[in-house]
Ligand binder design. Structure first.
Ligand code: SF4
Length: 289
């Protein structure tokens, strides 16, 4: 039986940087709070909690003063930095540099759209922390849509700047771009710019994971239940290989999945730690085959 851990899966560089930053400070003995889950993965959250990292939500953040608070890779809206200044909170900014660059572009686009009576459209999930950070650059005036059918509720007639949450599907983004472009043309407006802001770390994985899923008899995909990237990459696995199974914990593995097969592929999301995928492999080797 062949068992392969997908070498292209696991943390993206944004998450690696945030986790390393947190660990360096915790190892020095610093008290450190983290605003929101550092990564949508319970095992990694628990590991860092055991090292002393204290996770807080935005309500608790407002009540803190004179402490160190880490901003995770997803980034934050301007309001968070304002609160930090008022409360003398020392921000350790581990926002991913790709996300920070995108925030700056969205801000510039919003300034331009205000002059032209246009709209900033974000292809993403309104409740996702990265999208909340992006929408903050527009004073929360962006139109946030997650599908072409949602876009159909809007009759775009004035200039549009389209952006995407970095972990969305490139295929849906392309369809959305075409839809808005055609609608604007019909409405006699040709001032449309679309910025493909989907992260290459994510879009490159799309093609790779499809191949990986096709090459193995069974796929065990490890990811957090709240991770949009995990749901998205798993859907590609499932389409390429019907025998793909989603797990969040070692206890989710069923040995029944591995009967009469020759190969198993273990893959994960950009938020899945490499060490967890190795544990999955060991569990399967020791208990199932
Ligand atoms: S997916 Fe890309 S943009 Fe998002 S945190 Fe990771 S590296 Fe940064």
């Amino acid at each position: 039986m062949r068992i392969d851990v997908d070498p292209f899966s696991g943390f993206c560089f944004g998450v690696v940087h945030a986790v390393r930053t947190a660990e360096e400070l915790l190892d020095k003995g610093d008290e450190l709070y983290c605003l929101g889950e550092i990564v949508h993965n319970q095992q990694e959250v628990d590991r860092l909690k055991a090292k002393g990292l204290v996770f807080i939500d935005h309500e608790a953040f407002k009540t803190l003063q004179n402490v160190n608070v880490l901003i995770r890779a997803h980034g934050e809206p301007p309001e968070t930095y304002q609160i930090a200044q008022q409360n003398n909170i020392n921000i350790i900014d581990a926002s991913c540099k790709v996300v920070l660059g995108l925030q700056r572009k969205v801000k510039r686009a919003w300034e331009e759209m205000q002059e032209k009576n246009g709209q900033v459209v974000i292809f993403g999930k309104s409740e996702h922390p990265e999208v909340i950070g992006l929408n903050g650059q527009t004073d929360e005036n962006a139109i946030i849509i997650r599908s072409v059918s949602e876009a159909k509720q809007f009759d775009f007639k004035t200039p549009v700047r389209l952006f995407a949450q970095t972990t969305m599907s490139i295929h849906v983004y392309e369809r959305l771009k075409d839809y808005i472009s055609e609608l604007l043309s019909k409405n006699d407006c040709d001032d449309f710019k679309a910025y493909n802001s989907i992260c290459k770390q994510v879009s490159n994985r799309e093609a790779h994971i499809q191949e990986f899923a096709e090459e193995h008899d069974v796929i065990v995909f490890a990811g957090g239940k709240n991770s949009s990237n995990a749901k998205f990459l798993f859907s590609i696995c499932k389409e390429a290989n019907e025998k793909s199974y989603f797990i969040s914990e070692l206890g989710d593995i069923s040995c029944e999945w591995f009967k009469n097969i020759d190969s198993i592929g273990i893959s994960g999301a950009t938020s899945t730690p490499q060490w967890f995928m190795e544990q999955v492999k060991q569990k399967i080797e020791h208990e199932c085959i």
